[in-house]
Write a protein that binds this ligand. Structure first.
Ligand code: FES
Ligand SMILES: [Fe+2]
Length: 478
């Protein structure tokens, strides 16, 4: 007997789907047709073992993650617009590691280890950015040029044992993609493009996220391990119970899930379509009237859905016009699905990219190196740059405290802030529940929770490797 369906014979494990209309069938009815990266599927069954919860509850496990996982993976450190001019820098921290991301020339961005080569003092404080002509240590005044070469060592007569020409700041690898600056501490790592694989790379290149800018940036400490924090955003299975206000307009439990190699996975969750859990309860007009996702300012008045038309189509048309006007951008080549739907991609280990227009987010999750039960969650909204070249302002990060609502952050849509509050309110209860449980494993759905399994399998892959802690003696130097 098939354990998923209770039926004899078919389907095989991982092949069962919600009986409601599929994501692809919903999208296929749209007027402005979806591109190949939307209109395709790439699910794989990856097993059905429980996920051992030690990974969420152990400080020692998190310490090993820093040696094995974070030192080998590509991470989004900042956006290029954070450092537009030569000499601009932005400090990126991961765990206790810290990097000064610096634009050295128009096409040359470097990531220096943020520590003095004398007695180790940080050269720039965490969380800072600015413009520099040199990086000078506050303690005894050793200094470096912005190209990382040593500039000055006070009292050189007292350091006959060192060669200043060999005292350049050590660097992590840097690659640029989609307007993001990515860094990797491992010189032996695959390139970013190899790491993503050809299929996921083609998706990312199609989005042209380099043509977006940061319209809103919010960070908040969350009382849960960073991996639980990530996993809260990997499926739409939770939508009917956690976000009941969304279900009238979100095809949640018939969303689509895909995996691409080891480091990328996604879901597509269509909007303007009623949840299968609310089937028959709402007319197409009700669906339109209840729509609250996305940027409320775009929706000024909600029209009548013509007889025989789908609320989804009316919304796509309305959003296209509204976003074109609001962003002064030409969206005529963008499909209805891209305008409307929620596309959530994870780039391992800690970045989510949402290339849609109505939900244009980037999420980043980082562990608190001093508390494995806390993580920092960041949400950025990336709007299209004005197509007439007019100015845009890169939003500065708003840092919420643990007890503030996402709704309080300037620039955050109140409806969306409420959804994030619902997601993160679950996390304290989940962290504490896992610690309280007699069951030391998470049981996952084969389809709807495939991203959680895929993510944790890649965590396992890195955790099975030896520790690899950067050591400047063995690093290639300029
Ligand atoms: S620690 Fe930096 S100059 Fe001494
Ligand atoms: Fe959610």
């Amino acid at each position: 007997m098939n354990v998923e369906t209770g039926k004899l014979g078919t389907p095989k494990l991982g092949e069962a789907r919600h009986p409601a209309i599929s994501t692809q069938a919903i999208i296929a009815q749209d007027k402005v047709k979806a591109p190949g990266w939307v209109a395709s599927e790439s699910y794989a069954f990856l097993g059905d073992e429980d996920i051992d919860t030690h990974r969420y509850t152990s400080a020692e496990y998190q310490a090993r993650e820093f040696e094995r996982l974070w030192t080998r993976t590509w991470q989004f450190a900042c956006r290029e617009e954070h450092i537009p001019e030569v000499g601009d820098y932005h400090v990126y921290d991961i765990g206790t590691s810290s990097f000064i991301i610096t634009r050295v020339a128009d096409n040359d961005i470097r990531a220096y280890y943020n520590a003095c080569l004398h007695r180790g003092t940080k050269l720039r404080a965490s969380g800072t950015e600015g413009s520099a002509t040199q990086f000078k240590c506050m303690f005894h005044g050793w200094s470096w040029n912005i190209d990382g070469t040593n500039k000055d060592i006070p009292c050189p007569w007292d350091f006959p044992h060192i060669d200043a020409a060999k005292m350049s700041l050590p660097e992590a690898s840097v690659e640029l993609l989609g307007g993001f600056v990515w860094i990797n501490m491992d010189y032996d790592a695959p390139t970013l493009r190899e790491y993503l694989g050809p299929e996921a790379l083609a998706h990312i290149e199609a989005w042209r996220l380099e043509d977006r800018y940061i319209a809103c940036h919010v960070s908040k400490p969350i009382p849960a391990n960073w991996k639980l924090n990530m996993e809260a955003f990997m499926e739409a299975y939770h939508v009917p119970d956690t976000h009941p206000q969304v279900s009238p307009t979100n095809a949640d439990q018939n969303s689509q899930y895909d995996v691409y190699g080891a480091h990328v996975d996604r879901f597509i969750s269509t909007l303007g379509v009623v949840s299968p859990t609310k089937e028959g309860l709402y007319s197409e007009q009700d669906v339109l009237d209840q729509f609250t996702v996305g940027d409320a300012s775009i929706v000024t008045d909600k029209p009548i859905v013509p007889e025989g038309e789908r609320a989804r189509q009316v919304m796509a048309d309305m959003f296209r016009t509204g976003f074109e006007k609001a962003a002064n951008a030409d969206l005529s080549n963008i499909s209805d699905s891209e305008i409307l739907d929620c596309f959530s991609y994870t780039i391992f280990p800690n970045t989510f990219l949402f290339p849609g227009i109505s939900l244009p987010m980037v999420y980043r999750f980082r562990p608190n190196p001093r508390d494995h039960r806390e993580s920092i969650y960041e949400v950025l909204f990336m709007r299209p740059k004005p197509n007439d070249g007019s100015a845009y302002v890169t939003a500065e990060a708003v840092h919420l405290t643990a007890d503030q609502s996402f709704k309080e952050a300037a620039g955050m849509d109140a409806g969306f802030g409420g959804i994030l509050d619902q997601d993160t309110d679950n996390l304290r209860m989940q962290q504490e529940g896992i610690e309280a449980s007699a069951k030391h494993g998470l049981t996952l759905a084969n389809y709807q929770e495939i991203r959680v399994r895929h993510f944790e399998q890649t965590v396992d892959r890195y955790m099975s490797l030896d520790a690899k802690v950067p050591d400047w003696k063995n690093m290639p130097r300029r």
